[in-house]
Design a protein around this ligand. Structure first.
Ligand code: SGN
Ligand code: CA
Length: 539
């Protein structure tokens, strides 16, 4: 081909490409949404939030390039209820999913349905926790219930399938494949990319297991909390690392090791049905050969040291094992989020895609001596929230307003120009994201936890949280109020409810709490009808 003809061909090809791009941009002028949520990711394990434990460079990119909320919280710190609140934009007493056990009422309107109706291409990949046929998504690949880390099973529109590998990597591969190949590119998308990690029992990928099992981590100041100056609920909860974390299930001591040692306390309680063997037995021979040398060294150390350990040393050892595995799971999570952010950049999607990172709730990483969540206390009440939206959200911005998972549905709908139903109970965060807090009037949030008696035995409670104070009422088999001074006692070590110096604060917060209950229509009916039989052991 001679030079002028070649130039002409290149010109025609390039203009075709440019025209194609323009049409695509025009069609996609509504923003895409990538909603990333993990399961039990404590803000204390994100470096952007000042973690002392781990660097999360990829999640931090979202803080550098978007907005970080430092006071985001949930309305009920447990998985399925939080997810139902996110999907419906309603408190648990309204959508009815107050615990992990009861079924989700599928007549509830969820925000993906509204996106789908408005012409968005929608998908949900990863952990939902309830149901097997989520509404409003054009495609889904979800884990049944809690799902598994090793060679996980997925529920898909075409039936169930098992995929070999590690859940965090697989959920990401599937998400990337959907973004790159499966979706209808003529439409904007709303993708829910939902990790199982770092949910208990913490099984890292073998290479991360090896790396992190050699590391040691700083302890929180209140690891040895004696629960003095607190209520009955804190003393009776079953989530203390020394007393309730399991050697087999959590610390990865093999049943044979424990048997050879003639048994170790605490023994496996009834509700821990899988023990060590459940997750490990999913690994194939090749995977086991990678896990085994690390397990051997943990087990050898345990067998020779545990008999001589004091309770204090046992607590310390269990805390380290916990952090090694939990943080190894976070490391995979962060790497995989990095892969997705890279893909968005490379594909050119980043500039018109809102990326949200959050968790279904926070988690205790040894604070108060605990693991798990459920309580209105900070580590489980708060949740990470980062939003990147190029051209709208200022890079590196921070917001400390009291925002809640209740707000996500309305925020995303407004971002996409879809009107939210009147009966959603949150507030759109769009003004905050645009850097304008002037009309934001919320100064208190409402919280209500129900799942008791059940695993971890955290008593039922509801409460109000302002920037300065937290007032909670524990009920059902106790009748106790607690008040925390958030500014002077950020670690929540002193219940000030009986301190006369706080009596005016208590009076005014109790009044405000009643107003919030009225505003959100929590008339007690749901917990009055909530019986023991509703609670089975399996989650
Ligand atoms: C499982 C865990 C619990 C956890 C619940 C709820 N035990 O039962 O520690 O509190 O899930 O978690 S385990 O046997 O799986 O390790 S939630 O995130 O789904 O609410
Ligand atoms: Ca969870």
């Amino acid at each position: 081909m001679n030079q002028p003809i070649l130039r002409k061909v290149i010109f025609i090809l390039l203009s075709g490409l440019m025209f194609g791009c323009q049409t695509n941009t025009m069609i996609n002028s509504r923003p895409n949404i990538l909603f990333i949520m993990s399961d039990d990711h404590a803000y204390q394990a994100i470096s952007a939030y000042g973690s002392r434990l781990i660097a999360t460079p990829n999640i931090d990119r979202m803080a550098d390039e978007g907005m970080m909320f430092s006071n985001a919280c949930v309305s009920n710190s447990i998985c399925a209820p939080s997810r139902a609140t996110i999907l419906t934009g309603k408190h648990c007493h309204i959508h009815g999913k107050i615990d992990n056990n009861r079924p989700f009422d599928t007549t509830q309107l969820t925000f993906p349905q509204l996106f789908q109706e408005a012409g968005y291409e929608t998908a949900m990949y990863g952990k939902l926790h309830f149901g097997n046929n989520p509404k409003g998504v054009d495609d889904f690949m979800i884990l049944p219930g809690q799902g598994n880390y090793i060679n996980p099973q997925f529920i898909t529109p075409g039936g169930d399938t098992i995929i070999n590998g590690y859940a965090t990597d697989i959920i990401t591969d599937l998400t990337l494949d959907w973004l790159d190949r499966k979706r209808d590119k003529s439409k904007p998308f709303m993708m829910m990319y939902l990790h199982k990690a770092p949910h208990r029992p913490w099984w890292p990928r073998p290479d991360k297991f090896k790396e992190y099992s050699r590391m040691s981590f700083p302890e929180p100041e209140n690891l040895f909390d004696s629960y003095e100056n607190r209520g009955t609920a804190a003393r009776t909860a079953e989530m203390n690392i020394l007393k309730h974390m399991q050697y087999g299930h959590d610390s990865k001591i093999r049943p044979e090791t424990i048997e050879k040692m003639g048994g170790v306390e605490p023994a496996v309680p009834l509700y821990v049905q899988e023990d060590f063997w459940g997750p490990y037995s999913r690994a194939n021979e090749e995977q086991r050969s990678l896990y085994d040398p690390i397990l051997d060294s943990i087990n050898d150390y345990f067998a020779s040291h545990w008999p001589g350990m004091s309770d204090e040393e046992k607590m310390r050892w269990k805390y380290q094992r916990y952090m090694q595995d939990y943080l190894a799971c976070i490391s995979s999570l962060d790497d995989n989020i990095g892969r997705v952010l890279d893909y968005l950049e490379k594909s050119g999607l980043a500039k018109n895609t809102i990326v949200i990172y959050t968790s279904d709730q926070g988690f205790y990483l040894g604070e108060h001596g605990w693991f798990d969540k459920r309580f209105i206390y900070n580590e489980s009440f708060k949740t990470p929230l980062l939003v990147r939206w190029p051209g709208v959200v200022k890079a590196g911005s921070k917001n400390d307003e009291m925002v809640q998972n209740l707000d996500f549905a309305q925020t995303l709908l407004e971002a996409a120009g879809i009107s939210a139903p009147e009966d959603m109970q949150g507030e759109s965060l769009i003004p905050l994201l645009k850097g304008d807090s002037s009309d934001w009037t919320r100064d208190a949030v409402y919280y209500h936890y129900y799942e008791y008696p059940s695993i971890h035995m955290v008593k039922r409670h509801y409460g109000i949280v302002t920037r300065e104070f937290k007032l909670a009422h524990f009920y059902y088999d106790v009748d106790e109020w607690e008040l925390y001074d958030r500014l002077n006692d950020p670690m929540e070590m002193n219940n000030n409810i009986s301190d006369p110096g706080y009596s005016q604060v208590v009076d005014s917060l109790k009044k405000k709490l009643l107003l919030l209950q009225e505003y959100y229509k929590d008339d007690d009916a749901i917990h009055m009808n909530y019986t023991l039989q509703d609670l089975t052991i399996k989650h």
